[in-house]
Design a protein around this ligand. Structure first.
Ligand code: PLP
Length: 386
């Protein structure tokens, strides 16, 4: 049975080019990048080369790139680091209610430490409204953190407008770019960002690798004490093969982004028509246009998303319902709840996230498989009409 992977927002496969680039750094070039000898220098050169490639992808300076262990760590470092360092100026942070847990849980933690957090609502399409950001600002506000693209519904947020407000009010602006970097153009300068989180495994790089961009001059405290690596912001011996892989993945993303985005948009729109055309009482969640080329998030009435995932899995199709990172929880997705879906509508959701190795043939097969599976599940369902 051919297996079709449609869960690229959960993770992407490692690109063969990335694996090839990483390989020598597991065996031949194993030096510690802090060592003064030639082994260390080889590792250091490879890290600096990767730093340049990542900087190039987001139009930053190499000195503004800090390697971490992934998106979760980058979000923690950005939000806690800025909150701690700037607490004398104020303790108010603005975010949205449909961020990834890597942001929401950090905010909840900070709230217990005496910080005040404003969680902005989103529209039915999943957009944070810049005016709501402006209205929420107080004199104690030190940070605004709004994600770039939502991991469940793929909506792309109006970062540029929010960045302009943050700049006008002189407030730091962080974004969780885990789902956008490598998929859509990201320019930290035109978006007005002071900090941006990224994760290697979301754009064909290795798991356990990430980046935090921190604009020069931003006051941020290290949350992990140690040997002072990565400019003193993120101590710990560098994961050289991982960083090399991340750099190569960034380079590939830059080269292929325009063509790949156009290709995925066609596949996505075709699959959307196949599914919505075949199944009544169904709709697409998220913004119709301001969304990632890779993302489709459907709701089907009268079925359980978990059952649909198992049906599709039996046909070799991997997709998800709710956020991948929380898919084992049976609670309704906080993202779908935030856009106004009722709990039963949240439970009948299906997230399809396309990627580099999906083909038109895959999409035809998947469109048919989803249609047949939903119809069969509805026949057995106690939830509503058959
Ligand atoms: N932020 C978003 C929007 C994500 O989608 C994810 C993972 O799914 C993360 C953060 C966490 O990234 P990582 O898996 O690299 O820790």
């Amino acid at each position: 049975m051919k297996r079709i992977y449609l869960d690229h927002s959960a993770t992407t496969p490692l690109a063969p080019e990335v694996m090839e680039a990483m390989f020598p750094y597991f065996s031949e070039f194993y030096g510690n990048a802090s060592s003064l000898h030639s082994f260390g220098r080889e590792a250091r050169e490879a890290i600096e080369d990767a730093r340049g490639k990542v900087a190039d992808l987001i139009n930053a300076q190499p000195s503004e790139i800090y390697f971490t262990s992934g998106g979760t760590e980058s979000d923690n470092l950005a939000i806690k680091g800025i909150a701690l360092k700037n607490k004398n100026k104020g303790k108010h942070i603005i975010t949205s209610c449909f961020e990834h847990p890597a942001v929401l849980e950090v905010c909840r933690y900070l709230a217990k430490q005496g910080y005040e957090i404003t969680y902005l609502p989103v529209t039915r399409d999943g957009l944070v409204q810049p005016d709501a950001v402006r209205d929420a600002i107080k004199k104690e506000t030190i940070l605004i953190s709004i994600m770039h693209a939502n991991n469940e519904i793929g909506t792309i947020e109006p970062l540029q407008e929010i960045g302009e407000i943050a700049e006008e009010k002189d407030i730091y602006f962080h974004s969780d770019g885990v789902q956008s970097v490598g998929k859509i153009p990201v320019d930290v300068n035109s978006l007005g960002l002071d900090a941006l989180s990224m994760s290697g495994h979301k754009f064909y790089g290795p798991k356990g690798t990430g980046v935090l961009f921190v604009r020069k001059g931003v006051k941020i405290e290290s949350i992990q004490q140690g040997g002072g690596h990565e400019g003193g912001i993120r101590s710990g011996t560098e994961n050289v093969p991982g960083i090399v892989g991340l750099g190569r993945a960034a380079e590939l993303a830059k080269e292929t982004m325009a063509d790949e985005s156009a290709r995925l948009t066609l596949l996505r729109d075709h699959l959307k028509e196949l599914v919505l055309g075949r199944i009544d009482e169904s709709w697409l969640n998220g913004h119709p246009i301001k969304r990632l080329a890779s993302n489709l998030n459907f709701s089907f009435r009268f079925i359980e998303g978990e059952s649909l995932i198992l049906y599709l899995d039996a046909l070799g199709i991997a997709a998800s319902t709710g956020s991948a990172c929380s898919s084992k929880k049976l609670t309704a997705s906080h993202v779908l709840t935030a856009i106004g879906l009722k709990p039963e509508e949240c439970h009948g959701s299906l997230r399809i996230t396309l990627g580099r190795y999906n083909t038109k043939e895959d999409i035809e097969f998947v469109g048919q498989a989803i249609g047949e599976s939903v119809i069969r599940l509805r026949k057995m369902s106690a939830l509503g009409p058959r």
